[in-house]
Design a binder for this molecule. Structure first.
Ligand code: HEM
Length: 409
């Protein structure tokens, strides 16, 4: 509750021009509110209950009876005083009570306006022809009502500020928790990735040993070893994707920027995947003539292209043609793209593809598009490189993933 000092009491009264004369006039009129209290309350409630939302707020068991008594006391005190520190604290408390039960300031102001109208009406006959005294009395009541209102509104603002401060403190705690969780997740991801890499390298080494036993394996066995090696590579890429997406999220994805030829990287990717694509019934073409100069991180760009090509092989029907392109971009940078002639992706799914939780977001959007972490890695890696990645598809005839990398600074 806002503390009220003797200084506040005098300052507020001075500001509103409330003098000892006003207080004397109010005390003189006090018997009138006692005499007409029931009528004032009755008219006040006719107004309060004429508004549906207000009626609803007052509909709890016994609320009306309790309130009528409390308000009668309140209105009597408005005219009887004494208007010292206790009075001020009471008004602040009542203001806070209204803030707590959810009475908006607009209702509060409206209610006081109504109260003044009722009092003007009820007091009128008591002053007979003494118009000047009547006006002066109403003037004193109006000043005291303004004082009450000022206190109540300050109580509202103070309570709102307290809530804000409490909310901010709560938010700061949540943020701390979030940071701790993020750090724990990071450590866990790093540990899992590290622990997976070792056995994977071991399996790979054994498979290579097995595959090298020329003559010792039947053609079918050789094929099986080759397939197992490819699965190992897939798993290795997945593990790297997990690691690098998590690093990119926390700005820990390290890059080594150098002058490169995007056309060469495109051609290399085509060569690296051509045999595998053919064994899976897809064809890989490349359109990357000459040199396409670029300044970027070689590793990341190669991995982005590899992910896009592997995706194109995995998610298209046999007979699909995959085209890898690299070209200079009018902006001075370079564009590398991977297109396929597969079944396409629903256009509504395109903006969600590079999200970390794309699979979930797509499912929630009612779309059946199979995505792993590969595209999330591509999104995070391209963002780290300061570039842009987009997917284009009409949902029927193929998809193009385009990476635009910025010119050298
Ligand atoms: C002239 C304006 C008003 C005055 C003087 C006034 C007066 C009071 C007083 C003295 C209390 C008791 C506070 C306490 O001691 O805890 C109270 C409570 C309350 N007032 Fe007002 N009030 C006014 C306007 C309104 C309005 C517009 C509403 C809207 C519906 C409202 C709804 C309530 C409610 C819901 C409570 C709490 C009742 C309970 O559950 O105890 N008041 N009011």
């Amino acid at each position: 509750m806002i503390p009220v000092t003797d200084n506040d009491v005098q300052r507020r009264k001075d500001f509103l021009g409330i003098t000892a004369e006003d207080e004397r006039i109010l005390r003189e009129a006090h018997p009138l509110v006692v005499e007409h209290g029931a009528r004032i309350i009755e008219q006040f409630y006719t107004w309060l209950l004429s508004n549906e939302p207000q009626r609803k707020l007052l509909s709890g068991p016994g609320v009306l009876e309790r309130l009528k008594d409390l308000q009668r006391v309140y209105f009597e005190r408005l005219l009887s005083g004494p208007w010292g520190k206790d009075y001020f604290e009471d008004r602040v408390r009542v203001g806070l009570a209204h803030h707590r039960v959810g009475v908006p300031p607009e209702w509060y102001l409206g209610a006081y306006d109504r109260y003044l109208a009722i009092v003007s009406d009820v007091f009128r006959p008591a002053f007979g022809a003494d118009e000047a005294r009547y006006r002066r009395t109403l003037e004193a009541v109006r000043r005291m009502v303004t004082l009450d209102l000022g206190l109540a509104m300050d109580a509202y603002i103070g309570a709102g500020r307290d809530e804000l401060v409490a909310g901010q403190a709560e938010l700061a705690v949540l943020l701390e928790d979030q940071k701790r969780l993020q750090a724990a997740k990071q450590t866990l991801t790093d540990m899992i990735v590290h622990d997976l890499q070792n056995p994977l390298a071991g399996i790979r080494a054994f498979l290579e040993l097995l595959g090298g036993r020329i003559g010792g394996l039947t053609a079918q066995e050789g094929e099986a070893v080759g397939e197992a090696l490819r699965r190992c590579d897939d798993l290795g890429q997945m593990v790297m994707n997990v690691l690098q997406v998590s690093r990119a999220e926390t700005g820990r994805l390290e890059t080594y920027i150098e002058n490169l030829d995007a056309a060469r990287i495109a051609r290399d990717t085509a060569t690296a995947y051509r045999l595998f694509a053919e064994s899976e019934g897809r064809v890989i073409d490349v359109e990357a003539a000459g040199v396409v100069p670029i300044r970027t991180d070689q590793n990341l760009l190669r991995r982005v292209l590899a992910n896009l090509v592997r995706n194109a092989i995995r998610h298209t029907p046999r007979g699909t043609r995959i085209l890898i392109r690299a070209a200079a971009d009018p902006s001075g940078g370079a564009t590398v793209s991977v297109s396929d002639t597969g079944g396409g992706i629903p256009p509504q799914a395109l903006p969600l593809l590079f999200e970390r939780f794309a699979a979930q977001a797509l499912r929630e959007a009612g779309l059946r598009v199979d995505t792993g972490l590969g595209l999330a890695f591509c999104g995070a890696a391209v963002a780290t490189l300061g570039g842009r990645i987009e997917a284009e598809s009409d949902g029927r005839s193929g998809t193009t993933f385009r990476v635009t990398l910025p010119p050298a600074p």
